[in-house]
Ligand binder design. Structure first.
Ligand SMILES: [Zn+2]
Length: 306
């Protein structure tokens, strides 16, 4: 049996990206379209059209893996926890498989990110990897031994909707979260959360990126905001280390470009980790935005394609 191509799809709220990954792990073809937001049927058809177009180019039938917001409920087979709300309670896997005429694997987008970086990215070859998306939202996923950890409820690694640990008095109850609770990790560590924290402290209207840039250039107000963020990230990740003790934590999403995080956070998390030494590494992503499609492609292992 010859090695086959894998197609990875990153189904996002605003765009759908697709890539053909060759048997050696190189991305050979890339396509990107706007997500038919709000239209479930059109979303299915758009994914099928991307797969058909790529397969025509590579001249073979590939495996299909899809990274998605939310997850497939193991009980109902329906989508849950997706911020792309038109997918919720839909039989996405069944409908895709029926249109594609083959089995498809679907996984949470943060799980795909973790799998990509654990397979041939920043944490290549490491046994236990926690992947974090710090962007407009906060997501988390776990890869163990080159596979994603799904979990009994398909929510393994859902870190963003836990309370920020070791809160300070002014962090309680914390900002309201769309999930219905207050003080979730996401309400402190997403990009919009960083910007909102800066405003709450009397700062100007700046984006997360601008705050980080000004802080790097010595602006004291932005520096103080970034330091609060770093401290909260250290506490949040210390809890993860206490739970799954990963070899590496890889950051993704827009805020993963803030270089100060990799230097400062590991200096602070030791205070909260239940261990004399912390050897867990905090790493920037290798594949960046490509990790969505790459991780989706890696949902099929080589021995499963034969
Ligand atoms: Zn929440």
């Amino acid at each position: 049996m010859t090695a086959r191509f894998r197609i990875g799809i990153d189904l996002g709220g605003t765009k759908i990206e697709a890539a053909a990954v060759d048997p050696l792990g190189a991305v050979r073809i890339r396509r990107r379209i706007a997500t038919p937001t709000g239209n479930y049927r059109a979303t299915i058809e758009a994914i099928a059209a991307l797969v058909a177009a790529i397969e025509q180019q590579i001249g073979e039938t590939a495996s299909v893996g899809i990274g998605m917001p939310g997850t497939i409920s193991p009980i109902t087979g329906l989508v849950k926890n997706a911020n792309s709300t038109w997918l919720i309670d839909r039989p996405l896997q069944r409908d895709l498989e029926s249109v594609l005429g083959r089995p498809a694997r679907l996984a949470n987008d943060a799980n795909c990110f973790a799998l990509s970086e654990a397979t041939d990215g920043a944490a290549a070859g490491m046994e236990t990897v926690f992947g974090v998306i710090l962007g407009t939202g906060v997501g988390g996923g776990v890869a163990i031994g080159g596979r994603t950890l799904v979990g009994a409820n398909a929510i393994a690694g859902e870190w963003g909707h836990n309370p920020l640990p070791w809160p300070r008095p002014d962090e309680i109850p914390g900002p309201p979260c769309y999930c219905g609770r207050s003080g979730c990790v996401e309400t402190f560590l997403s990009g919009p959360a960083l910007a909102a924290d800066h405003r709450r402290d009397g700062g100007r209207h700046l984006s997360a990126r601008e705050i980080a840039d000004f802080a790097a250039r010595g602006d004291s107000e932005c520096g103080a905001t970034l330091e609060r963020y770093i401290n909260r990230l250290a506490r949040g990740l210390a809890l993860v280390i206490n739970l799954i003790d990963p070899d590496a934590i890889v950051l993704g999403g827009g805020l993963s470009g803030i270089s100060a995080l990799y230097e400062r956070v590991p200096l602070l998390w030791g205070r909260y980790v239940f261990s004399d030494n912390v050897v867990t590494r905090l790493l920037p992503p290798v594949h960046g935005d490509s990790s969505g499609v790459r991780g989706a492609a890696w949902l099929w292992r080589a021995d499963e394609l034969e």
